[in-house]
Design a protein. Structure first.
Length: 263
């Protein structure tokens, strides 16, 4: 399932868009690295879903619009995106930082959502549980900290640190630091309103996530009533990349049937 590529203008900003497949709409909100690739897991899901992957304003080397100051701004942007495409009963999947955005969106207005999936998402605090701040690490070390499998980490480092990717990588890093890093990757106001999320919710986590240990997934699970938690063994911060087949199977089954195979 190869995607089509297009660009729309929304909220005064260009929005590159990848889309593939047919079926119920599945909107994926990317993490701090942007949406540079249509990943194998997305291709698998496109066999059963209309998979939509926009790149948020300010990411991928594009200029950040003046209204983009907080994660809440991104949540409002994606609500505008859903309305602009007239998406209904959409399955919302938030990856890493995108999970924080997705949760903020669902707290604000979940009327267009059929389900919510949060994958290794920051945004909440777990007292007494240490986490790793990638912005405090060197470029290579930050990439390696994202993955469990060493060989996979080697490939990711080679890809991420290519000279042609440097400008976009640094721009993404600066933007994430402004949106989330200054707030220590958490929002107490969000945490106190998570009970408003009443759509079926899957919390998907890498067992070996060094950036946000599984205790954070457990905290999301406790905060969102009726949610399902699935922890993937031998997996770091990005299950969609490190465990693409399992990721696609779990998300696809949850969005189709409302419950994961295990959890």
């Amino acid at each position: 399932m190869e995607p089509t590529y297009s660009t729309m203008t929304l909220c005064g900003a260009p929005v590159p868009l990848k889309r593939a497949g047919t079926g119920p709409a599945m909107l994926m909100i990317h993490g701090g690295g942007g949406a540079s690739r249509f990943l194998p897991a997305m291709q698998s899901l496109a066999r059963s879903f209309d998979v939509i992957v926009p790149q948020a304003p300010g990411f991928g080397g594009t200029a950040a619009p003046p209204w983009l100051e907080t994660i809440a701004d991104l949540a409002n942007f994606y609500l505008e995106f859903i309305a602009a495409l007239d998406l209904r009963s959409v399955h919302l999947v938030g990856l890493s930082l995108g999970g924080w955005v997705a949760a903020e969106l669902a707290v604000r207005n979940a009327s267009a959502l059929a389900s919510l999936t949060l994958v290794d998402a920051p945004g909440i605090d777990v007292p007494g549980v240490a986490r790793l701040d990638p912005s405090a690490l060197g470029a290579e070390e930050a990439v390696r900290a994202t993955f469990f499998d060493r060989n996979f980490a080697n490939e990711a480092v080679a890809r991420a640190l290519r000279p042609e990717n440097e400008a976009a990588r640094l721009a993404n890093q600066r933007l994430v630091a402004r949106l989330a890093g200054q707030r220590r990757y958490q929002d107490p106001q969000l945490q106190r309103w998570l009970h408003r999320i009443r759509v079926p919710t899957l919390i998907l986590w890498g067992e070996n996530d060094r950036i946000l240990p599984p205790a954070y997934g457990e905290a999301w699970h406790r905060a969102i009533a009726g949610s399902h938690l699935v922890v993937l063994p031998r997996c770091g911060h990005l299950p969609i990349q490190e465990k693409p087949e399992e990721f696609a199977a779990l998300v696809g089954e949850f969005c189709s049937k409302g419950a994961p195979r295990r959890g």
